[in-house]
Design a protein around this ligand. Structure first.
Ligand code: SF4
Ligand code: SF4
Length: 192
């Protein structure tokens, strides 16, 4: 027989509950998501289906429902500075199952865009993006691959930006004109 649970096992001390400071709320934050296409986000009933089906949440502390809730509440800084935001694999399982038909995956992608605009980017993503800017490849060729290509009788450098300066210049122009190169400059903000 299992030991009997006491009432205290189920009751949390209310004085330890986290409270939200109104200064931390951006009342227009959810509007940005609505305007960007996640028009039903405010209909979230916090059922947790999105978290339950999330393959990433099964292995990490990432909780989709929590991100959506915080976004609706307007806790912008907390959401965009969270490294968890980058744990979504964009598999769309949550979007397919949400009983409110909220575009959950789109919401996460939009939140990521806002995070990057605000200077929050994972160091790995920044580094990969900088490689794209300097070489035209997120994963540029290395000496091992060069040797293998040669051994196979191939041109040492593939016919990409690696061997086409004009194409690399074009890539750089696109990144500058779209503002992407500015976004990836500098150091990441704390929290990202
Ligand atoms: S599945 Fe939809 S309604 Fe349920 S918590 Fe997630 S976003 Fe909200
Ligand atoms: S799209 Fe992202 S948040 Fe949704 S279930 Fe897949 S990994 Fe989880």
């Amino acid at each position: 027989m299992l030991p009997e649970a006491s009432r205290d096992d189920f009751m949390e001390d209310p004085t330890t509950w986290e409270t939200i400071d109104t200064d931390d709320i951006d009342p227009y934050f959810a509007d940005r998501l609505v305007e960007a296409g996640v028009d039903r986000i405010r209909t979230c009933i916090q059922c947790g289906t999105c978290s339950a089906v999330c393959p990433s949440g099964r292995r990490t502390a990432f909780r989709t429902r929590e991100i959506i809730r915080k976004a609706v509440l307007g806790l912008k800084e907390e959401v965009v500075s969270s490294p968890d935001l980058w744990l979504c694999t964009t598999c769309f399982a949550c979007l397919e199952r949400c009983p409110r038909q909220i575009k959950v995956t789109e919401a996460i992608v939009i939140l990521r865009n806002i995070a990057v605009e605000e200077g929050f980017m994972l160091p790995q993503h920044r580094k990969t993006s900088q490689k794209l800017l300097t070489t035209g490849h997120a994963v540029p060729i290395d000496s091992v691959n060069r040797r293998m290509r040669k051994a196979l009788g191939l041109q040492e450098l593939p016919p990409t930006t690696h061997s086409n300066e004009k194409a690399l210049e074009d890539v750089k122009k696109i990144m500058e004109r779209t503002g992407f190169s500015t976004l990836i400059e500098g150091e990441a903000k704390e929290g990202a």
